[in-house]
Structures are given as structure tokens and as C-alpha cells.
Design a protein around this ligand. Sequence first.
Ligand SMILES: [Zn+2]
Length: 326
Amino acid sequence: MVSTRAAKRSRTESEDAEPENTTRVAYTPSTDFWFEDGNIIIVAGNTGYRVHSSMLARHSSVFRDMLKLPPSDDEELEGNCPVVPLFDNAGDLERILSVFYDNIKDYDRNAPIPFAYIAAMLRLGKKYEIDHLLKEGMKHIRAMYPSSLSLWKSSSTRIQIDNQTIVQAINLAHELQLCRTLPTMYLSFIRRRGLAGLLAPHNELLNPVAVRRMMIGREKLILLLHKEHRSLKERLSVIMINVCTNLAKCMNHHVVAFESLGLWTTDAGRTTYLKRWANLNQPLCASCIKEFRTMFDGVREKVWKELPQLFTLGTWEDLRDDIEVA
Ligand SMILES: [Zn+2]
């Protein structure tokens, strides 16, 4: 049975004692976070959480300051507990309470972290100034969407990302102004979803500014890679004559090896990704392999440098996150 505390109270008090203009916070007690010795009820969505004010103050400087204030005349009390409405998503709040009370037992240290946890850490960490959550959330999101090519090359992440969570990640980065994560988020989206993904009706919720930037960026990226492909291919024979130490061995394999670099492939309409170097499956001499690697790295570095500009974000140096953590 769903019953709200406010509804219970209104049934037990006479209408005279309950002036019509009193706004009551209606909520259903949480099944997970309702402690009998709690001394404050925070409400998000339609759920109330009876928790400990000392715990909130310990983690959050915003709560710490708020709890120092003397109670206001119209403060609502349930028993002796003040009832404080928060304008947060109940799921976000529960994830954060789970971090505080359960030491993040919902996910173990080695398993993939659901993106919803990262989002809750960042959103509520920023709003309530919970430094350690902000730091943890930023650490994960920057590892997933790095702003340097060396980190991108070595990036490994435990965040679980699928086609839907990439939409949530982009929207969150827009909401919190995490500008340095945007170029690789956009790149990841267009790699996964292509143009069809940008135009899909279920992406209505995707930030429209992001959609516009990705449409532009996708086209610019394809043009840039085609240009690089064409100009390097034209120079291929010249480069090889100057570099190759075993032309008889290499000459019949140059073109196949060049095409297999994979920087310019498009499959299923999805744009080329900044692929990692994979060993060439062609019998080339060591000098040629080295030259191919240099070409490969050169294209990647060029694309990386221009990545924010492709998405009309300015340069890497222009981009700042609105959350600065040490
Ligand atoms: Zn060679």
C-alpha cells in the first residue's frame, strides 16, 4: 500500500488545525534509507529519506552550512525531524546515500561502474559541494573521455557505456559544462551511431546543441581523413623509394598495407575512429614499417589536435571544465 506521511497526517488532524495554505511535503518513506534514529528527512521526488544530519554535514559543506542555520518559522517537522525537500532526482540521491552508508557496496571494486553512479557523483557532488565524490566522478569521466592523445591511447575505463548511456554522458557534460570531455564524447557517439544515430527519433532527448555540433563535426572529420588519405597515398611511392631498404620485397605490398592502416575506413556508415596502431599484416621491411607507423601517428596527432575545432569547440587550450578538482 502506498501511503504518504503527509496523507497520514492530514487524516489524523482536523481541518481547522491544518490551514489550507500550508504546503506539506508529500512523500513515501524510503525502504532502504529510513533510519529510526535519523534526525532529518530529506525528500527527493516522492520519496523521503530519514537520515542523520551529522552524516550529511560531514560530507557536504552545503549541508553543513544549512544545518547551522536556526530553524525557520515555517519549517516542517515530522516528529522532531525537519522535513527538507530537495529538488534532485531520487535515483541520484539514493546512489549517493548508498555511497555514504554502504561504502558503495552496490558495485564492487573491479566490476564495471554503471554510468548512473558517475552521473550522481558529479551532479550532487557539485551541487552539495561533496569534494570526494566530485573527485571520484571526475577521475572516471576523464579516464573515459580524456583530453590528451596519450591518455586516449592508454585509456582504460570501468564505466559501463552503451548506446543509451553515451546520450546521458553527453547531456551531463553539457549540463555541468564539462567541456574538455566533449570532443571525445562526440567522437565516441558518431563512431558508435553514425548519422543514423544522430537522426534517430529516440535521440530526441539528446542535447540539440550537441546534435548540431556532431553533424558538423562528423562531416569535417570525414573530409579531413579523406584529404589525409589522398595526399599520403599520392606521396606513397616517393616515400617508399626514399625509405625502403628492400623494394623487391615491399613494392607489391605497399598499397595493401597502406589501406589496412584503418584510419580511413568507414563501416556501416559510421565514421572512422582514432584507431590504435595494430601490427601490419604485410611482409614489409623494417624501414617501411617504421615509415607507416610515422604516417599513422602523424594523422592521429593531426586529427586529435583539430578534434575540438571539428566540433566547433575552439582549440583544446580554449576548453575548460566548470568543475576543477586537484
Ligand atoms: Zn620496404
